[in-house]
Write a protein that binds this ligand. Structure first.
Ligand SMILES: [Zn+2]
Length: 275
């Protein structure tokens, strides 16, 4: 080995000694960065899972509207009953504008029902199931003993808990949930006005008369109007996020008879103009 080679080896040795800590610390940095990225990813996933769980609870009405900042209590002058009623702020603002316009045409709009959470809807449903509330003048517990048939009968005008648009704070019923009220006199005048004017304020009659292209779903409800700027997205989110499995284990009378088509033919089968 000549002197030149020795110099080269010495230089290489110095270089290696110098680089070892640099390389080691770089590797440690890299490892740390990877660990941090994985932890961040896990946090994001946990947040996403939490966000979806909260969204599903909202869509299924599992919350208290009085405890949410995006809901407002409707002043009694706008309602038919003295029980507290809530709406999402935007839906209420739109209702106020619509109500003011109706007033100019000599029509007083009043809300008979607004947000109904899961527990509220469960009371309505259970009472129809048990016969405590008569349906078409009948005690269904006596007149329809078959579970699936009784379920279908109640579905004519009532949503099962967890599947009602009233959960969202975007939908209102005006005056009476009685078809005959809207056929003549005051009711007809109100309905005719809404048909012409409600769309201007974002409201749509989601349960319309069934036609040849639309046969599934609830019967026509001339009293039920949905605020689309919010509800349109929520309908889509319901379609994406909620499955029959989410209704598994929910507690309401007759829940063991939930029909396969409940989401598709009821929640999602609405007036195509409101989609
Ligand atoms: Zn309704």
């Amino acid at each position: 080995m000549d002197k030149k080679d020795m110099r080269k080896i010495q230089l290489l040795a110095v270089l290696i000694i110098f680089l070892i800590p640099v390389i080691t610390s770089s590797l440690l940095d890299l490892k740390q960065q990877k660990e941090q990225a994985a932890a961040y990813q896990a946090l994001l996933s946990a947040q996403e899972i939490q966000r979806i769980a909260e969204k599903k609870n909202y869509l299924m009405g599992k919350f208290n509207p009085g405890g949410r900042e995006d809901f407002v209590l409707i002043p009694k002058e706008h309602t038919t009953l003295s029980v507290p009623m809530y709406l999402r702020q935007e839906a209420y603002d739109a209702f106020l504008k619509m109500s003011a316009a109706a007033k100019l045409d000599g029509i007083k709009l009043r809300i008979a029902s607004a947000t109904r959470n899961f527990d509220y809807q469960k009371v309505i449903w259970d009472n129809k199931w048990s016969g405590a509330t008569l349906v078409d003048g009948e005690n269904l517990a006596e007149s329809i003993t078959g579970g699936p048939e009784r379920f279908q009968k109640i579905l004519e005008y009532s949503a099962a808990p967890g599947t009602s648009r009233h959960h969202w704070g975007t939908d209102i019923d005006v005056y009476y949930a009685i078809p005959a009220f809207f056929e003549t006199g005051k009711g007809k005048k109100i309905y005719d006005w809404l048909v012409v004017n409600a769309p201007t304020f974002g409201f749509c009659q989601v349960y319309n008369e069934k036609g040849t292209d639309q046969f599934a779903g609830y019967h026509e409800e001339k009293w039920h109007w949905s605020y689309l700027p919010l509800a349109r997205n929520l309908t889509q989110e319901y379609k994406t996020l909620i499955t029959l499995e989410d209704l598994d284990g929910v507690s309401f009378l007759g829940s063991e008879f939930v029909p396969e088509n409940l989401i598709n033919d009821y929640v999602l089968s609405i007036n195509p103009e409101c989609l």
